[in-house]
Design a protein around this ligand. Sequence first.
Ligand code: OGA
Ligand code: FE
Length: 270
Amino acid sequence: MTVPAIEAHVNYLAATGERPVSYTFEPPPGIPPFSGRRDARAVRIGDARSLAEHPTLDREGFARVDHATAVRDFDDDAQVRGTYYAEVEALLRRETGAVRVVIFDHTLRSTSPERRAEKQAREPVRSVHNDYTAISGRRRVTDHLDPVEAAERLCRRHAVINVWRSIRGEIEEVPLAVCDARSIAPADLVPTDLVYPDRVGEVYSVRYSPEHRWFYYPRLRSDEALLIKTYDSLEDGTARFSAHTAFDDPTTPAVAAPRESIEVRALVFF
Ligand code: OGA
Ligand code: FE
């Protein structure tokens, strides 16, 4: 089915055969923030709101839900960790049927350099990636649960889901594009070291494929949430990894409000 679409550039990883290393902070002198080579490609990004069948977490690997929040100020860490985490936990239980949800981090992002400095928000990520790999997704469970519970939970289905939303009105610039998990082949996913000051995580960078089917939700509102599956222990054809990226939307109005968003990452157990 063809839906209205825009064309935009997204940054893939060029195929060099090397394992890329990406820094989340200013790397030591002489080391680049990203060792891989970018491969910018023009892609069609369809309007997911126009799809006859709404995408689901287990089929496409992403889903949009109506979800109002009582949080008035996302700069207030207490409101985020108190009110918002509880709202997201309830949302994920309802949407997935999970028996346990463990929220383990969140990130604020802004396109405005001033707001970033003020709030310790990060920049949008303009490169195609998935936050976890088969290894690092599973590792999240042992990172965040005590050993006895982790051992038990790892025997059953477990997943990681990101909950992404605008925290300031409708998204007018630099929206998030999501790729249909069914259009991604295992060979497109390249394990990449993600270096934090205190640990090294593993994410997937993504190589270009003409098969990729991209979508976005135009003008996503702050009473909507975008759920993205970033890891699933199932290997039966259920969406396991998706891919996503921020992109510069060519239809953005000349004067646009900065994009400000929050993403929460959660382990969900079945
Ligand atoms: C995410 C993510 C990037 C962005 O939520 O996992 O990659 O620009 N976000 O919001
Ligand atoms: Fe991400």
